[in-house]
Design a binder for this molecule. Sequence first.
Ligand code: ZN
Length: 138
Amino acid sequence: MAEPSYQKPLPAVTSLNQPFWEALRRRELRLQRCTRCSRVWFPPSPLCPRCWSREYAWERLSGRGRVNSWVVFHQAYFKSYENDVPYNVAEVELAEGPRLLTNLVEVANDQIRAGMAVEVVFDDVTPEITLAKFRPCA
Ligand SMILES: [Zn+2]
């Protein structure tokens, strides 16, 4: 649900990453896949980090991955997070390879485990920005 008074930091949408953010608004997780070597990467860049090809497509991904690492913040470094502590920040390794920094939802912080299977969920934080978060799945 959109929060009308969302006060947390928001991403800077650029011409390079705009397809990523537009896809999230449509409830799709899309990243660049190299059409030469098939590498999928994040964050967005104008060329493939493996073969340097500039030919890529914004491919819809499975939305599934595993928790690689995480931390639980007990201190609010931004005032807008005061009501959220303790909250988690996790690194999720997508099935397609790239790792995203995200929040895990629908799981207690003390139940988070390395290797836990997760799937993407979409959080509309403003009318323009939807964040990709992840929840446990089978
Ligand atoms: Zn490549």
